[in-house]
Design a protein around this ligand. Structure first.
Ligand SMILES: Cc1cc2nc3c(=O)[nH]c(=O)nc-3n(C[C@H](O)[C@H](O)[C@H](O)COP(=O)(O)OP(=O)(O)OC[C@H]3O[C@@H](n4cnc5c(N)ncnc54)[C@H](O)[C@@H]3O)c2cc1C
Length: 391
């Protein structure tokens, strides 16, 4: 048995865990990050790609924005398509110049791993059998196996950044109240070697179901189709995917660029919140505490906003002994979380085919017409989309 000691023990090397570790390092606080997957797997897991204005700023301020500024693509608007019309929502005009940046979660993760390893700070991949204990007695311990050796990491605080299927939330399940909604549809997402067909994201409402035109770089398109949660990918050869994308996004005078599909997968849609996001000296952050359907592009941004609050509270605690920031961590985060939950739910139910009832479709079209013609409604969407300021 190897015994180790640090100030903050972080479970999970996704965006939440890696950003937290980096922010703590900048504040002079030690941490150890434990990840059960390989570095290769974590760096290539294709997921989110839209950074809110505040997320991009936070990464820049933390000294990890150099490649983001070089390769990220700044967008000042998004479009909504319905009834055969495409309407642009000028995000920046409506939010005093704030914008979003297209930069894949894979790239954020690669940048954070690179800086941590360059600094020679502890980040262990392929750990096994992680368990947490002692957080109620101010003596937190994370036990795990690494390279066939048992380890015990004693720390002041445990940060549960281990995603929806991690071990930290179940460890405090008895103290939590959970709120959940499953949607009867999912997204079939593809990454294609094709230049983006549209400069900005296009959210499409169509009788066949939702579609989204997005991108990862000037050469890579990221495209989504609403599908069944149990969709069998074998039933979706490339030809059918492109045909369906073309049908749902068709617009006079515009065409969809196609190319080889590099990756495809089905993502379920769920809203989930666990409250409170803390117990004793264990704090949950990111997907470990909450999930949103991806329509609002909020999951990654919420994860980073949580750890910004946690890093700030820990910094204050270590510097002054003041525990109030830690005490109100969950309350502060949950305000933003519930705003994002509502926004993501609202975007999801406005844009997807939610039933066969024509009444639902008429209401959706009325809402879409409203957000694309009313300045007040467009401003509200824009404010949520570019993201609230990080507390
Ligand atoms: C399949 C999928 C597709 C998505 N697509 C989009 C999208 O298109 N747009 C969008 O906005 N959002 C999307 N999201 C949401 C977004 O990617 C997440 O909100 C974001 O990854 C949250 O970051 P996190 O660090 O909290 O959690 P995660 O990224 O899940 O990181 C948690 C980490 O903890 C590790 N871990 C888990 N259990 C343990 C353990 N026991 N011990 C050690 N380590 C552990 C995991 O391997 C992982 O590396 C998607 C999510 C998923 C799952």
């Amino acid at each position: 048995m190897r015994r180790l000691r640090t100030q903050v023990g972080i479970v999970g090397a996704g965006p939440a865990g890696l950003t937290l570790a980096h922010l703590l390092h900048r504040a002079g606080i030690e941490s150890v990050v434990l990840e059960d997957r390989t570095r290769e797997y974590v760096e290539h897991r294709i997921r989110a790609g839209v950074l809110e204005h505040g997320t991009a700023e936070l990464l820049r301020d933390a000294g990890v924005g150099e490649r983001l500024d070089r390769e990220g693509i700044v967008h000042h608007g998004i479009s909504m398509q319905f009834d055969g019309e495409r309407h642009r929502i000028p995000l920046s005009e409506l939010t005093d110049g704030r914008a979003i940046v297209i930069y894949g979660q894979t790239e954020v993760v690669k940048d954070l791993i690179a800086v941590r390893l360059q600094l020679g700070l502890p980040l262990l991949f392929e750990v096994e059998g992680v368990t947490v204990r002692g957080f109620d007695e101010d003596a937190p311990v994370i036990a795990f196996r690494h390279e066939d050796e048992e380890h015990e990491l004693s720390c002041d605080v445990i940060a549960g950044c281990d995603g929806f299927h991690g071990v930290c939330r179940p460890a405090i399940a008895a103290a939590l109240r959970t709120f959940e909604r499953e949607y009867p549809f999912a997204w079939l997402g593809i990454l294609a070697e094709a230049p983006p067909s549209s400069e900005e994201l296009v959210y499409t409402h169509h009788a066949h179901g939702f579609a989204l035109l997005s991108l990862r770089s000037p050469h890579l398109s990221r495209l989504y189709l609403q599908c069944r949660p149990d969709e069998d990918l074998d039933e979706w050869p490339e030809k059918r995917i492109w045909k369906e994308l073309q049908a749902r996004t068709a617009l006079e005078g515009w065409s969809l660029n196609t190319g080889p599909i590099l990756e495809q997968g089905v993502t379920g849609m769920r809203s989930f919140v666990a409250e409170p996001m803390q117990r004793g000296r264990l704090f949950l952050a990111g997907d470990a505490a909450h999930i949103v359907p991806p329509t609002g592009a909020k999951g990654l941004n919420l994860a980073i906003a949580d750890v910004a609050v946690l890093a700030h509270a820990l910094d204050r605690w270590y510097r002054t002994g003041d525990e109030s920031g830690l005490g109100s961590y969950s309350e502060i985060c949950l305000r933003r979380v519930w705003r994002a939950e509502h926004f993501s739910y609202w975007m999801t139910t406005m844009l997807h085919r939610i039933s066969d009832d024509p009444f639902d479709q008429k209401l959706q079209l009325s809402q879409l017409r409203w957000v694309t013609t009313s300045d007040a409604a467009a401003r509200s969407l824009a404010e949520n989309y570019v993201g609230l300021r990080i507390a």
